[in-house]
Design a protein around this ligand. Sequence first.
Ligand code: ATP
Length: 752
Amino acid sequence: MEHQQSGKIAVLTSGGDAPGMNPALRAVVRTALDHGVEVVAVSEGFEGLVAGGDHYQTMSWDSVGGILHRGGTVIGTARSDEFLTQEGRQRASRNLIASNISKLIVIGGDGSMTGAAALASEWAENVAALGERGDISADQAAAHSELDVVGLVGSIDNDMHGTDMTIGADTALHRITEAVDTIGSTATSHQRTFVVEVMGRRCGYLAVMGGIATGADWILIPERPPADDNWEEIMCERLRSGRQAGRRDSIVIVAEGAQDRHGKPITSTYVREALEKGMEEEVRLTILGHMQRGGAPSSFDRTMGTLLGHAAVCEVTSQDTSHLPVVIGMRNNRITTTPLVECVARAGEVTTAVNDRDTERAMALRSPSFSESLSTLMTLLRSLPHPPQPEQRRLRIAVINAGAPAPGMNTATRAAVRLGLDAGHVMFGVHNGIRGLIRGDVDELGWMSVRGWAGAGGSELGTSRKIPNGQECYAIARTIEELKIDALLMIGGWSGYQAMHRIFARRDSYPAFSIPIMCLPASINNNLPGSEMSIGADTALNNIVGVVDKIKQSAVATRRCFVVEVMGRYCGYLALMSGIGTGAERVYLNEEGVTLADMQADLNHLVDGFKQGKRLGLMIRNETANSVYTTPFMAALFEEECGDLFEVRTAILGHLQQGGNPSPFDRIQATRLAKHCIEALIQEAERGTVGARYIGFANGKVETFSLEDLPRMVDTDRQRPREQWWMDLRPIARLLAQPGPSTAERESGEGD
Ligand code: ATP
């Protein structure tokens, strides 16, 4: 059935607040206005929906300015008992109809999705009842025969079917990672044990991913209770043996809903007591609590909130809305829709499985990557690897970092080394990239050699941008032969890929090069083929977004325009995504180039905006957007042409983008990719095949590609893949950052 109803869009945030709700709200409001549809924000969630009156506020373009970086939700959220009753929902329906609203976008957790589903499913019944009672007129009833509902999952728990990530979960992982990294440094100094409680009543996502990201030593989650009744003894014994093996601290992460196999809650206080008894040392407990919800949303949550908010409006305003209600989520890095009832039913099944301690079912209902991550974590947190099998052929696998340093290289190296050792093989680390391979600067690495590397930025092994020439290839072949290397894992960026391709291409001349080779993408530039996201890019984006937030704050008192230059070489990924995350009004990319006419048009927009009261302008440019129209040139041009209307400042962010500890996302992806690489190398070497490949996340799956095809897949001069998926996001970035239909009434613009 096709139908399109006129009527406004309402948007609300409900349940627990989650960072990223504001970017979603901003995108909903601005996309709706861009589509020519009026939009109403309902404050205090379903409570406001039921109460009506002032809770319904018509939104303008500027009413969502300056909120991208703010945590929580600016329109408030609440839990509503009234909405749990049909009577309450009828009142909400009456208010919606009275305000001529026929489309509703709900941003909240599983409870909120259940509420939205209830409202949608009984809409016709409620409209009839309201009509019979005379609460609405016959015309109103006829005009509002349908309510188009879309749900966006905003919840830090990441516990909802229909999306790989919920809005807020990535930011919560940032908070957990920062806290555990900080606790880890004091725990190491004092040789202490720390118990850290994280959120997650029915979902161990934050605990498992937080555990991977921080290199935790033990975890307890709701979905998989410990298998044994004496789990306390086992935990203490494992932690003690970790200490004996050289660990200076022990970190135990407990999800708030952890339980034993009889359904008895495992509280963090109980874990502390058990550890104090078993470890005979001081044990400290930190309950992270609401800190996990707080603070500015991460770059990922800003982008995801923005894309989902935009998609929600496109759904409710589309010609055919017969498939609604749906949940709009992100699966395999792409926007997807799933029927709302299916998502709600699945959430109910998970609750039942967890309450029944049906481990198999509870794990099966989670995404496959959750189970995979849990099993990887259980290996990485071992105090020692499994001993090799008696008859096993022990492969000799070398790990090398190459190209510019990228946050996450150490995480990937640690995971590769430990997973290789646990599978019974001998692991080597090459120092200083290809130079080390030329010089034979290679060491055997043990389990504890990579201790503390999970969260460390930079490259502990050392890296270089060297691409070997003919003679150097000879030296590399000698190193491989002398050390009897059976397989090689290269973790690195553009020059690392080029170096591995050269080694691969010289196989005819050097038989030593006929070993399995894997390239793992690690570069902040995100300019590598085969992978939608390379390790390090998310950290760089968070660094950029964090700094730009501060720059914007610094400019509030003055009328200023900033031209911010970001890295990326010839790839505009960092520029575009940070533009979305910070609300820049213009992003300059090498892919598009910059002309004098572009700059003239942008200047005109700026002048118009500032004349109408705008206080801040933000332009983000990629470092190679145009080699003649440089950042200082652009700033000088704007400054000269704008007269006294505003000042122009430049900020060239430089190497701070590459620095710092890796973001949780980079740590998690690095670990996943390292696992796949090591497994592939082992399989190839055991089979006697010598594939040379690069790996990546493409379409949400881990895929590998032959190094032979590398030249075909990239634009060698521009050092970037021929196809870049994120280029499709440019129209959305432009739409949200444009001055907006209400510029004329603008009282005080906020730059975003
Ligand atoms: P979080 O994931 O942060 O807990 P949530 O959306 O799950 O967020 P809840 O408190 O469970 O938070 O739900 C929010 C609101 O949704 C409730 O206060 C209630 O008004 C509504 N709601 C929840 N369950 C139902 C239901 N079964 N029927 C109708 N409304 C519901």
